[in-house]
Design a protein around this ligand. Structure first.
Ligand code: PBG
Ligand code: ZN
Length: 334
């Protein structure tokens, strides 16, 4: 067998010191490629309120968020993904495209303070804004209810335009409605926002790992579940179809979500569509798994964070959206 010979080959030479390990490391986490999710709650007085389901994470007021963004910039994290939590919900998600809604007000406040220093992406969905908590508009059908896909994408388009008006650089549709990317692209273009990018949650799986987020964003479905629109965890080829469709409809960046349990999908998409930037969302349940494991005392939180995010990078992610983003520069010694 070719490589087994004497004198022995010594791969350990390249593992000897931190310096040499760093020199030959293949996957590198860079803080420029990290995105911090940010919750803005218009019902909060004061700066922020702790999120019970996600230790060390907060919901910010439309004013308080400005200070947090300042801290992120100070640390070297330049990109955020904004989620709005409204004080009023209704069946049609009206607050989601209101000029005075939580996202719109927060964006104007952040821009006023930091201009183009900060890159702002916004989540475009209705689940935090609808009283029923689904990611689309619900209509009666027979004895039950269904999500009306084509009505929903009209509302998603209005939301995207209103986020663009408020100062978003990137809109990120997460509703998993068919045709949402194309509809949003058309709406943005016709309103004069042809330079605003779309980061599509293309392969978004119906996952148990969104539990902590739904409390944070107050977006829990009041009946049923999301399996009628989010992807079945048993499928992988379908992810290629979703990504291909989104690119054809005009997506500038595609996404896989969750991260850690879906790294095969990340690799599959990177190998098949190397030309488009790939974002991976390491979701709330992944955050909580590390947090909870660390709280047991048997797992090092800092080591686990870096290992998990490096694994996502190694699988093929260009961009990583993580609740731990704010902590990474410090962990990397920047
Ligand atoms: C809503 C949305 C969800 C997440 C991002 N956008 C949750 C869901 O589908 O219920 C999940 C994020 C996370 O768990 O961190 N469209
Ligand atoms: Zn949603």
């Amino acid at each position: 067998m070719g490589i087994y010979r004497y004198p022995v080959i010594r791969p350990r030479r390249l593992r000897r010191t931190q310096g040499i390990r760093d020199l030959v490391s293949q996957s590198r986490l860079s803080i420029e490629a990290l995105v911090q999710p940010v919750f803005v709650d218009e019902g909060i007085s004061g700066d922020r309120v702790a999120i019970e389901s996600m230790p060390d994470q907060y919901r910010y007021s439309v004013e308080g968020v400005v200070k947090f963004v300042g801290e992120l910039l100070e640390a070297g994290i330049k990109s955020i993904l904004v989620f709005g939590v409204p004080s009023e919900k209704d069946p049609m998600a009206k607050r989601a495209y209101n000029n005075e809604g939580p996202v719109q007000r927060a964006l104007r406040n952040i821009r006023r303070e930091y201009g183009d220093e900060v890159l702002i992406a916004t989540d475009v969905c209705v689940c935090s804004y609808t009283d029923h908590g689904h990611c689309g508009i619900i209509v009666k059908k027979g004895s039950g209810y269904v999500v009306d896909n084509d009505e929903s994408i009209k509302i998603l388009s209005r939301i995207a335009v209103s986020h663009a008006e408020a100062g978003a650089d990137i809109v990120a549709p997460s509703a998993m409605m068919d045709g949402q990317v194309g509809a949003i692209r058309e709406a943005l273009d016709s309103e004069g926002f042809s330079d605003i990018a779309i980061m599509s949650y293309s392969a978004k799986y119906a996952s148990s790992l969104y539990g902590p987020f739904r409390l944070a964003a107050s977006s829990k479905p009041q009946f049923g579940d999301r399996r009628g629109y989010q992807m079945d965890p048993r499928n992988s080829w379908e992810a290629l179809k979703e990504v291909e469709m989104d690119i054809a409809e005009g997506a500038d960046i595609v996404m896989v979500k969750p991260g850690l349990w879906y790294l095969d999908i990340v690799r599959l998409i990177k190998d098949n569509f190397p030309e488009i930037p790939l974002a991976v969302y390491s979701v709330s349940g992944e955050y909580l798994m590390i947090k909870a494991a660390a709280m047991s005392g048997y797992i090092s939180e800092n080591q686990a964070i870096l290992e998990a995010l490096t694994a996502i990078k190694r699988a093929g992610a260009d961009i990583i959206i993580t609740y731990y983003a704010y902590k990474i520069p410090e962990l990397l010694g920047r």
